[in-house]
Design a protein. Structure first.
Length: 92
């Protein structure tokens, strides 16, 4: 078996500094040769977000449970569970 040497596309900058989350954050470097000055930032769409919550609906359910008027519909729950499984199988 032949060994393969892998070269990095861009040399690692030794002036990278550690930030609170343990990832390195490169410091600004000046472009050399034919390189252009490019600013790269992380998209806010990649940040973890909490799922949307309908506070009014949650409060209505909370009150119905407290009053003893909340109705469970087993057939509707089963249909939703089956639909979720079908959706997960089709997304693969």
């Amino acid at each position: 078996m032949r060994s393969i040497e892998i070269q990095p596309v861009r040399p690692v900058c030794t002036s990278d500094r550690m930030v609170a989350n343990g990832q390195t954050q490169p410091q600004a470097t000046k472009p050399t040769g034919g390189e252009k000055d490019i600013e790269v930032s992380r998209s806010p769409l990649l940040e973890p977000q909490s799922p949307p919550i309908d506070a009014e609906r949650v409060e209505a359910i909370r009150q119905a449970i407290g009053n003893g008027t909340y109705r469970l519909e087993p057939a509707r729950i089963a249909d939703a569970m089956i639909a979720a499984v079908d959706a997960s199988r089709n997304s693969r």
